[in-house]
Structure formats: C-alpha cells, structure tokens
Design a protein around this ligand. Structure first.
Ligand SMILES: [Zn+2]
Length: 460
C-alpha cells in the first residue's frame, strides 16, 4: 500500500535516462515510506491506491526526479558578494591563494560552516537540488568541521555525500615553500570519524566520501594513502583535478595531474575528478581507462579564467560527466544547467553540442552514477528513493511531452520548483521550507558572514 500519491502532473521519469525516459501526461507517482512504489497514469493509480492518507495535486506541474550536483563547498557562501580588493586577483593562482584560502577557508570556523551550510542547503533544495557531493575545506576548523556540516545538512533534509579535503597545505605558508604531511593525517582522521557515523554505503541520506584537495597540495605518499583509505572504507574519493594550468604540475613532477594520480594508484571507478580542464589527449586516455567520473564546473572555471573543459569529447569517449558548482554563485540549479548547455556550443562554434537532454542528464543519471547511487536516485522508478520535484513552469508556451525537456535549458528557473520530497518526506512545500525556519537560517548566515568579513578587515 502506498502512503502518498502525487497526481495529475506531467511525469518526466528520466528512466533509464532523459532521452529514453517516459513522459506521462496526467501522470501519477505512488510513494511508500522512503521509496517510489509505482509510476503511471493518474486514473490507474488513483483506482489502485484509493483512500490514501496523503495526496498532492500536481495539475499544471512537471513531476520529476530531484537534481544532483556533484561538487559543492557550502561554506563558500560566506564569501558571496564579499567586497575584497579584486585588483589582487590577477590570476587563478591569486584567486585560489587569496580568495579561496586566505580570505575564506583559513578563517572558516565550525559555526560558520554550520550557518553557511544550512543556508546553502535551503537554497539548493528550494531550486530543486536534492543531492550534493560536498567537500568541506577549512583547515583551522579541525577537528569537528564535518560534524558542523552534517548537522546542517541533516536539519535541512538534503541528501549528501560529504568529505573533508585531505591536504598537506599549511595555512599562511606557500605550498611552493613547505607542506606538512601531518596536516593530511588530520584530514584523514576527520573523514574517518565521519565514515564511522555515516558509512559510505549506508542507507541514510548522508554518506561519507573521502575528500582529497589536489595532486599538487599532497605528496605521492599521501595520494597512495588516500587510495588505501578508500579501499579500506569502501568509500569513493572526490578530488580537484587539472583546474590549474598543467605547467604547474609538470614543473613540479614532470607529469600532469592525471599522470601523477594514475601512478600513485589513486584513480579508479570510484573517483570523482572535479574540473578536469587543462587536459591533453593522453590525460583523457587516463581518465577513460580508469573509469574516472568527471564533475564539470563551468561557472567557476570561467570565473578563474581557467578555460573550458573538453566535455563534448569526454561524453563522446563515454566518460561519465556530471555537473558541480562550488557554491560560488547562486545556488539555483537552473543557472548551471543553462550555462553548461550554452558554453560548449559557443566555445566550439557548434550548436549541435550538448542538446537539452544531454545537459539535463548531467544533473540526473550521470550525476547519480558519479556518486555510485544509480540504483537509488536520478530517475522516477519503482524501488528508487522518493526524491521528487513538483515544478510549476512559468512558461509562455504549453509544456507538453514534446517541449518538457527543452524547457529545462530554455526558460526554467529554480523558483518555479514548488514542492520537493527527499526520501518521501516533503521538505519544501509550495515554495517554503518545512524543515527549518528560513528567516532564522538567513539571519544566522549573515551573522557568520559578518564575523568572517571582519577578519578580512571589512567594516560591516
Ligand atoms: Zn572545489
């Protein structure tokens, strides 16, 4: 017996993928507990599951699986709109060292992580993101950074894989001068404690996934230790790869990041490689033969002037590409889908690249596979978790089976997401959070942002 029935919507199943998925006019989804029980026509499911305690009328709406964003740093929200001296940011290297490390991560506190993560989780859920892969960064918030992060995520009700970045970087010291393997040890310990609470293959909404910062902020020994750790824990790895010019790695090791990572044995099908911008053909071969999953983050890559990842070629090769966003800009999924959809057409002067269904797959099936959760999320199918969006399109034209997919790249905005379920629980209802007090979350985030900004000498 079902305990919730969503009726009367245009049901976009995305099973097995967006292109082959069924689109059912006047469709319905039956939910039992945390899972989807059945997907079909409204008349059929109403007849079968009558007298239910709960039902949602989705007339005029699209009913579809929740979006999955495979790379986030929720505490970065505290740096949104921060009035810093932008003249100091003349290269990506400056941005990483100053904006990323000095002005944000190195002065992030546990309270800041909690406040920013709650805010980010709320914003993402309200615009349709039901699952994220979160890498927490903040070397001076150890130990305990992840307990602040997971407390926030749990309160809001998002699904997440979470890890802390393992890095040998010493706050305030150039990585070219000195690194400290003992710092990496602290990071491993933080991940280990998380995995004890949230096992990698656990049934709950939160799972552990080892975070590793990069190949250039860790020694080969630490990278080898990361693979051993992941094997012992049965968890995946998330790591930034080739977001800086390859020359940096080549100068340091005489090799590219994918080469270093392959030689240390870190790569595997459980690795989520974030960015992958400055890669040559040989690097792509390495990613492909190791079954590495790529998280594409086009908006932050553009901000840093880092170039454009070779996503159409990766997809052509069968490399699994999903979408991440670093939490650097808005937390509205629609912006990232649209940017990815447009960027590769412009960059390659080819309007045929990344058609709407493929852009949408980056946040659905591809993203579920990237996290090893393809049996659990990414489509509306019996037995999968009931992570469901009810979207009321604000469209000047009819949204019908023939137009439903291009709607997501053409006019969809996150605010059109009306109701959101995670694990069968209504977490957003008619555009309002059901799990937390949004005003209090906002106030708390602003207070923590002020504290952080003041550390940067900003009078606020
Ligand atoms: Zn990142």
């Amino acid at each position: 017996m079902a305990d919730l029935l969503i009726t009367g919507g245009l049901v976009v199943t995305c099973e097995k993928d967006v292109l082959s998925g069924q689109i059912i006019p006047d469709g319905a989804v039956a939910v039992r507990g945390t899972k989807i029980l059945e997907v079909g026509g409204t008349a059929e499911l109403v007849a079968k599951y009558n007298k239910l305690p709960r039902s949602i009328d989705a007339s005029g709406c699209i009913v579809m699986p929740g979006f999955i964003i495979t790379h986030t740093h929720m505490p970065y929200v505290l740096g949104h709109n921060m009035p810093v001296d932008f003249s100091q940011l003349q290269s990506f290297w400056d941005m990483l060292q100053k904006m990323g490390w000095e002005w944000l991560e190195d002065i992030t506190t546990g309270e800041g992580i909690y406040a920013a993560s709650r805010y980010a989780a709320v914003k993402m859920l309200k615009s349709g993101t039901t699952t994220v892969c979160e890498m927490v960064e903040g070397p001076n918030a150890l130990p305990g950074a992840l307990s602040h992060s997971t407390r926030a995520i749990e309160e809001v009700g998002l699904r997440a894989q979470v890890g802390f970045e393992v890095t040998e970087r010493i706050p305030g010291v150039s990585i070219l001068e000195k690194m400290d393997p003992a710092r990496a040890e602290k990071g491993f310990l933080e991940n280990l404690e998380l995995l004890e609470r949230y096992p990698a293959k656990g049934e709950g909404r939160i799972q552990g996934r080892l975070g590793v910062h990069t190949a250039y902020t860790n020694s080969p020994e630490t990278l080898k230790a990361a693979r051993k750790f992941a094997d012992q824990q049965g968890c995946g790895i998330q790591i930034h790869v080739a977001e800086i010019p390859r020359a940096f790695l080549v100068e340091k090791y005489g090799k590219s990041a994918p080469q270093v990572l392959e030689e240390t044995g870190l790569l595997g099908t459980d690795v989520l490689a974030v960015h992958c911008i400055d890669v040559d053909d040989e690097d792509l071969d390495i990613l492909e033969r190791n079954g590495v999953k790529v998280a594409h983050t086009p908006m932050t890559n553009s901000l840093g002037g880092n170039g454009v990842a070779r996503v159409p070629e990766m997809l052509e090769r069968g490399i699994n590409v999903s979408l991440g966003h670093d939490c650097f800009f808005t937390l509205d999924t629609s912006e990232y889908i649209r940017y990815a959809y447009l960027l590769h057409k412009a960059h390659n002067a080819n309007p045929m690249l990344l058609p709407p269904f493929q852009a949408l797959d980056l946040v659905l099936g591809n993203a579920a596979r990237a996290l090893g959760l393809e049996e659990r999320i990414g489509s509306l199918s019996p037995g999968k978790r009931a992570d469901i969006l009810i979207i009321r399109p604000d469209s000047p034209t009819p949204i019908a089976p023939a137009s439903a997919i291009s709607y997501f790249t053409m006019t969809f905005l996150g605010r059109e997401v009306e109701t959101v379920l995670v694990d069968g629980q209504v977490v957003v209802e008619k555009g309002r959070m059901r799990t937390v007090d949004e005003e209090e979350v906002l106030q708390n985030c602003q207070e923590e942002a002020k504290k952080l900004w003041r550390k940067n000498g900003i009078d606020v």
